[in-house]
Design a protein around this ligand. Structure first.
Ligand code: UFG
Length: 337
């Protein structure tokens, strides 16, 4: 079985390539290297003993996408990660996000819609729920107007896939991630944020390593037990495994609808202060931090109801917050050494 992974050298993409190869799939990676590096291939080979086929390609170039599918007319499934993901950047440059995340999705779906049967896994986000009224969040929670162009690209992406699947031979699974963190336990691949990390965990590990002076905790006056925001932090390896299971579901024609949606989280919410404590526990280091005002656009809490993924997909997150933090810390030390 030959699987195309777009954005396969990125954070979640690279971990998914590893899990696919571990399960015996032949993987073709396309990536435009805008937020990743070919070095990641070395890590993938070290872990799996196998080099995926790699093509540097930009999905915004329609002709290149067409040519790619002419060269590879035997692809059994596509896992689509390639997208921009910085919430703040998307507010300043919305067109970049609509072009990167929507135009490329359309070109990909245009090619897949020419096939007799196509299987498509889409990287979506819990951001589509906004601040949900009820915790934990089920897949039936209403989708809300996103707070950022980035979030909107995920909402629109889901809508496009729903419409296209109805009219074509494409079957799809939308995976709504909560907060992916950590790295492969081997520390051969991991998250590589460019510049100052916007996300909590890479900021913590960089601060722990001494690259940043202190962590700014965005607000301690939220209506939560310790006043800081609550999220559902999921180990990226657990997340990667869910993609393989979702793909197998489509390949084995086990899906009951043309488009199915699953939350991918642990089901447990952790506050920012709990994440800091977890880091301190696994690293044995004291993390310098200060409380600063709230960050605009942050929601109070989001954690997943995982019943649907557990019962229908047959997948459950295995790693604890501590294990995920430990892997993130190991990776940070490795890339700085
Ligand atoms: N936080 C800090 N200090 C920091 C960074 C983050 O206190 O320096 C806090 C945030 O306020 C938030 C929590 O840590 O409470 C997590 O923040 P992240 O930026 O790591 O993650 P978000 O939940 O804000 O965003 C993530 C993804 C987005 C996605 C969103 C959906 O990064 O892509 O979840 O809710 F859109």
């Amino acid at each position: 079985m030959k699987i195309l992974v777009t954005g396969g050298l990125g954070f979640i993409g690279s971990h998914t390539v590893v899990e696919l190869q571990n399960e015996g799939f032949d993987v073709v990676v396309i990536d435009n290297l805008s937020n990743s590096s070919e070095e990641v291939l070395k890590g993938i080979v070290t872990i799996t003993g196998k080099m995926p086929l790699f093509e540097q390609l930009d999905l915004r170039e329609k002709k290149s996408v067409e040519d790619f599918f002419k060269r590879h007319n035997d692809i059994n499934g596509v896992i689509h990660f390639a997208a921009s993901k910085a919430v703040g950047e998307s507010v300043g440059n919305p067109l970049l996000y609509y072009e990167n995340n929507i135009a490329s999705l359309i070109f990909l779906l245009q090619e897949l819609s020419k096939q007799d049967k196509a299987n498509f896994i889409f990287s979506s986000s819990c951001t589509v729920y906004g601040q949900a009224e009820e915790m934990p969040i089920t897949e039936d929670a209403p989708v809300q107007q996103p707070m950022s162009p980035y979030g909107n690209t995920k909402k629109i992406g889901e809508e496009i896939i729903n419409d296209v699947a109805k009219a074509t031979n494409i079957n799809a699974i939308l995976l709504r991630y909560f907060n992916p963190i950590g790295s492969h336990p081997s520390a051969e691949i991991g998250e590589l944020p460019i510049g100052v990390p916007q996300n909590l965990v890479p900021f913590i590990t960089q601060t722990g390593f001494g690259l940043r002076e202190e962590l700014a905790v965005f607000g301690d006056d939220y209506p939560t037990p310790d006043g800081t925001c609550i999220r559902d932090y999921i180990h990226v390896v657990d997340l990667a495994k869910a993609h393989v299971i979702a793909l197998q579901r489509l390949l084995n024609k086990k899906n009951t609808e043309k488009v199915e949606t699953f939350n991918l989280g642990t089901g447990t919410g952790s506050s920012v202060l709990e994440v800091i404590r977890s880091f301190e526990k696994v690293s044995g280091k004291k993390l310098p931090y200060k409380i600063v005002p709230r960050r605009e656009g942050d929601i109070t809490e989001a954690y997943a109801n995982t019943d649907k993924a557990n019962n229908i997909l047959g997948w459950k997150a295995q790693s604890s917050l501590d294990e995920a933090m430990e892997s993130a810390w190991k990776w940070e030390q490795k890339i700085r050494s």
